[in-house]
Ligand binder design. Structure first.
Ligand code: NDP
Length: 399
């Protein structure tokens, strides 16, 4: 029988929800490119309820225990002797989430001789040392597309929030003020601005489509070019590299995966090439930006604003400069874990586990590493190597 460790974020501070703001969520059966949403044989949860926190258990316990497997669910993942470290020695499957990442470093993989499957309940498996997974013949899979539209919506929200100076204006109301000039001294219209995305994959393209009605000028850079009909439909300007794109953009949204090629792409040198007063929205991965360079650019005015919900490491230490830098609009990695998204990735995890235990192949579009090589979505979007280095700093977070 198999031991499965599932690392999830903590329940709400007031306890696991007993009721919800809405009674149901829309059912999404097909994604915009025609890929079907997860198709498990059955589920043991109610879509729209909290599945991503410890007590939600991704709705897996009944299914796994009915097959005689052992399920360990914990949020304790960092620091000396975490529960994750204690349980790894005989685990065959680790399920983890990008939001509260169980960093599967080479050291941890060495402590887990039975580990065969590292499954990401979400999108983005950079918290797994992919090089070590390849070397140890561990399959890595994620639930492709499950929350891409969730993130695209978050990006649009953050662009508008920064450009229109929403968060400080809201705070004036809460403080009892009516300080119109204070609010509008940094407030602009998005209309007419040049907006560019680093990567036009599932999220990047969805962001471009959602921004078109705002009458902005749309740019993108990616390793592969969009078909010409898509470029025409959205009136897209393609750039062969990130430098040429950021030079002309007022707003830059980052939507590529983190891998050795994209790590610290936005450093002092690249930020200096941007227009003074540009905005960056990074919902992809914190490490794509140089942490201190971003804070410096906000302080000097080179950037007007920075928003996103991805950090490195996660959870971010209390003294992480992105918590206190000026003109930011950060959230704690929530874009892809709305209750709507949770229902899709929990169903996707169930689908992958059904395949695993029934000896059926996992969908190719879910695979990141298989049989010692990058595979499926991983072969398309990632490069070999490891981007987990430095993750032990997450242990500095104390609630
Ligand atoms: P996709 O795989 O659909 O798209 C990724 C795109 O990035 C691909 O088009 C790929 O190019 C491109 N790319 C890879 N490397 C580079 C590079 N060096 N320069 C330019 N483009 C590059 O993934 P998604 O759009 O679904 O997700 C993107 C990322 O967003 C995830 O990897 C994850 O890190 C993050 N994410 C964040 C979430 C959140 O909650 N904040 C939730 C979900 C995802 P090509 O394929 O053309 O080679």
């Amino acid at each position: 029988m198999t031991k499965i460790i599932c690392v999830l974020y903590d329940d709400p501070i007031d306890g696991y929800p007993k009721s919800y703001a809405r009674d149901a969520i829309p059912e999404i059966k097909v994604y915009p490119d025609g890929q079907s949403a997860p198709t498990p044989k059955s589920i043991d949860f109610i879509p729209g309820q909290m599945l991503g926190s410890v007590s939600g258990e991704l709705g897996l316990r009944r299914y796994l225990e009915s097959l005689g497997h052992t399920l360990v669910v914990t949020s304790d993942k960092d620091g000396e002797n975490s529960r994750l470290d204690q349980e790894l020695h005989d685990a065959e499957i680790v399920i983890s989430q990008p939001f509260w990442p169980a960093y599967l470093t080479a050291e941890r993989i060495a402590k887990a001789p039975k580990l065969k499957l590292a499954l990401t309940a979400g999108i983005g498996s950079d918290h797994v040392d992919l090089q070590a997974a390849m070397a140890n013949n561990i399959t890595v899979a994620e639930i492709t597309y499950c929350n891409s539209i969730s993130v695209a919506e978050h990006v649009v929200m953050m662009i508008l929030s920064l450009v229109r100076n929403y968060i400080p204006s809201y705070q004036w109301v809460v403080k009892g003020g009516w300080n119109i000039a204070d609010c509008v001294a940094r407030s602009y219209d998005l209309e007419g601005m040049e907006v560019g995305t680093v990567a036009a994959g599932r999220i990047g393209l969805a962001v471009l489509r959602r921004l078109k009605p705002f009458d902005v000028k749309l740019h993108y850079t990616d390793r592969h070019r969009q078909p010409s009909d898509v470029e025409q439909e959205l009136n897209l300007i393609w750039h062969p590299d990130v430098e040429s794109m950021v030079r002309v953009c007022d707003v830059v949204t980052i939507n590529c995966p983190l891998h050795p090629e994209t790590e610290h792409m936005f450093d002092d040198a690249l930020l200096a090439k941007m227009k003074r007063g540009a905005y960056i929205i990074n919902t992809a991965r914190g490490k794509i930006c140089d942490r201190d360079a971003i804070a410096r650019a906000l302080e000097s005015g080179q950037l007007s604003g920075y928003a996103g919900d991805v950090w490195f490491p996660q959870p971010a230490p209390k003294d992480h400069p992105w918590r206190s830098m000026p003109h930011h609009g950060m959230t704690p990695h929530i874009a892809g874990t709305s209750l709507s998204a949770q229902a899709r990735y929990a169903a996707g995890v169930r689908e992958v586990l059904e395949c695993w235990f029934e000896g059926r192949p996992i969908r190719n579009e879910y695979l990141v590493v298989n049989a010692g090589k990058l595979a499926g979505v991983g072969a398309h979007s990632y490069s070999e190597g490891n981007a987990t280095g430095g993750s032990e700093e997450a242990a500095k977070f104390k609630p």
